[in-house]
Every structure is written in structure tokens, then in C-alpha cells.
Design a binder for this molecule. Sequence first.
Ligand code: SF4
Length: 65
Amino acid sequence: MATLRIDLEKCIKAGECYYNHPTLFKVGKDGFPVVLIEKLDTAALREEGQAAADVCPSAAIHYDD
Ligand code: SF4
């Protein structure tokens, strides 16, 4: 199953993930993103997870299929 996680040491809080993919991420109190769905079990979620990883400017989003 595809999984999604964020390397917070790389994240620069650009916000691309939670602005563009609110199904998968939200912003936490500290300004860092929080992953809402870690196990992507549908084709639509996998596609969105890959898209989120592709747009992250610091390559902090790890999508593993
Ligand atoms: S898009 Fe990348 S750098 Fe921006 S908040 Fe999300 S994980 Fe952090």
C-alpha cells in the first residue's frame, strides 16, 4: 500500500501541500503540515499523494508506492 509522510527537517513551511491538497494535509499549530491520511488505499488518493510530493519545493514529502 502506498504511504505518505513528511520529513519536517526538510520542510520550509511553504504550504503548497495543505493549500493544494487539503484532503491529505492540514496545517498544524506550529505552521508545519500534518499528514491526515498516511495509507493511500485508492487510486485517487495515490495520484494526489504523488502530485503533492511533486510540488513540494523542498522535497520533504515522501510518497512510497
Ligand atoms: S509543500 Fe513541502 S515545504 Fe511546503 S509545507 Fe508542505 S511539506 Fe513543507
